[in-house]
Structures are given as structure tokens and as C-alpha cells.
Design a binder for this molecule. Sequence first.
Ligand SMILES: Cc1cc2nc3c(=O)[nH]c(=O)nc-3n(C[C@H](O)[C@H](O)[C@H](O)COP(=O)(O)O)c2cc1C
Length: 197
Amino acid sequence: MKRICIGFIMCLLMAGLVFAREDANMKDTFSVIHSRKSVRNFTGAKVSKADLDKIIRAGMAAPSAVNMQPWSFVVVSERKKLDELAAGLPYAQMLFKAGAAIIVCTEPDKAYGKDKDLAVIDASLAGENILLAIEALGLGGVWTAGYPYEDRMSHVRTVLGIPQEVIPLNVIPVGVPTGADRPKNKYKKEKIHWEQW
Ligand SMILES: Cc1cc2nc3c(=O)[nH]c(=O)nc-3n(C[C@H](O)[C@H](O)[C@H](O)COP(=O)(O)O)c2cc1C
């Protein structure tokens, strides 16, 4: 009996240690928000499927008008595809060193009132959740534009087989940061209008 009890206590202690370690790796909400930055310098290391799954789940947790969730996501980890994307996106050259990329897509037909503006707003919120999740995991990412640039959207659609009615809102390269990119302090007191403009 004594041995069973000691075994049970040991199990509890070990489980506690595992959870404590996971917690230690997770930043709290405010430090994630304030330490998020566009990361354009990656080591070239791969990003695990488990991390990519966590990141996408965070995207899907975003709010959307009337909870319509008009978004969908293309996740790319193949080196060849990442390079093909980079080849036609002059403002996303960091893809060459990224471990993966997430393309946040949106469909006006699936948004409330089939409204294109709402489709873009909803998917943008998913995009910000994704950027924050990337930071929380100690990875780096940057929103590079698809929408509203026809040439960029056309290239992304061609490489990834995205249908014409689907808007590739952005391409978010994801990777292990080199540490070269730092957060900016954007606080400006004069931008706040308390009670009245
Ligand atoms: C709609 C949108 C489009 C952007 N497009 C690009 C882009 O094509 N390439 C790029 O390197 N960064 C792009 N960015 C990232 C911004 O340059 C970046 O967020 C801004 O300079 C602020 O820096 P921070 O993200 O480090 O706070 C884009 C950001 C947004 C929101």
C-alpha cells in the first residue's frame, strides 16, 4: 500500500513538472502582444506540424461577423512550393528561408450578407491571431500582402491551386527567428481620444 501511495505521488509530481515546463514556454498574453513583430530573418529551420496545427487553431478562434467564419487556410511546408511562392512575390522574399507558410484565405460568398468587406475583416482577425500564436510559440512570422494586389493574388492562386472566387488575403512565412527583428514601440498618446474625439 505504502509503495502504491509513493508511486502515485511520484506520478503527480512528474505530471506537475511537465505542465510547469509547458507553462514556462508559453508567454503571457500581454507580453506576446507587445513582443510580436514582423520577423523577416529566419534560420532556415523547419516548423513542426504540431506547431502549425496550434497556430491554425488560434486563427480559427478569431471572432467573425455573425460567426460566419468565411476563412480557410493553406499550410505549406514543402521547400519547392515555398520557393515557387517567393519567386513571384517580391515583398515576401523571406519565404526562401522560412520553414513554412500559412496563406489566410477568405470567401465573400461565405461571409455575412456575402459582403466582401466583412470577409476581409473576419479573415484579418484570424490573421492577427495567427501572428500572435506564432510569437507565443517562440517562432517568427510576417504578414505579406496578397489582397488587394491582383498580381500577387494571381501568383498565389496559381502556385497553390486556389479557386478564383477565394481571396488569398496574405502569405505568412513562418520560421525560427535569427533574433535580428525587434518589436517597435508604437504607443502614441495623441491617438487616444478619451470620451470624445
Ligand atoms: C495588410 C498588410 C500588408 C503587409 N504587407 C507586407 C509585405 O508585403 N511584405 C512585408 O515584408 N511586410 C508586410 N507587412 C508587414 C508590415 O510592414 C509591418 O506589420 C509593419 O511595418 C509594422 O511592423 P511590425 O509588424 O514589426 O509591428 C504587411 C502588413 C499588413 C498589415
